[in-house]
Design a protein around this ligand. Sequence first.
Ligand code: GLY
Length: 255
Amino acid sequence: MSLFQHAIVRRPCPQLAEGLTSVDLGKPDIQIALQQHRLYIAALQICGLEVDILPEDFRFPDSVFVEDVALCTSRCAIITNPGAPSRNGERNLISSTLEKYFNDIEMIDFPGTLEAGDVMMAGEHFYIGVTGRTNEAGAKELVKLLYKYDFSASLVPLTSFLHLKTGVSYLENNNLLVYGELEDHPAFQKYNRFVVPKEEAYAANSVWVNGKVLMPHGFPKTIQAVKEMGYPVIELELSEFQKVDGGASCLSLRF
Ligand code: GLY
């Protein structure tokens, strides 16, 4: 596995409370969100990443979830085409930043839609969720692009999750957190799987960064399981992002 050197994040904007959500946990408090975001950045820095911090953009309430607008691989970056109409314009905000780090930048275009929360990298292979945000055309476009750069990829049609990584996280070394409709999915049987209990579903979105795992605070069974797999865990308060369907991976691009 190769280590990450960089991360890109975007500060949350005061309009975060207008972000898309499917949960009823109340509105996020922007001051608390900003503090949680600062600690998230510090965690990435502890993991050895140089963090490029983009300014907030009040036009896009969900733009703090920067992971969805691009897929950053070791060989290229791919700007996505978010399927949520209120988020689609976010794709236009990322190219100049990616140009600092990548020579090869590709794009997903209509009729394909794709959000990279639906893309999970496991070594040289990429799993692509087909969801309400990523359609089959977008997923197939991404497969073609990944093949061009000598990666492999496969589609995972989903019925209930917002994004693929809502319910599965690859932690390297063949270890996986998995939840809900993906628990028994044939694509993931070859991994050492920890099935996240229902009451801890939010922790299924955790993120491996250079040997450590960033996890949301307050999910003791899953945190213990990850520690027993041998990883140091950095626990983060992410309550304000959870209120708008955002998790540990959604808040950064890592490469
Ligand atoms: N609020 C995150 C999203 O729905 O994309």
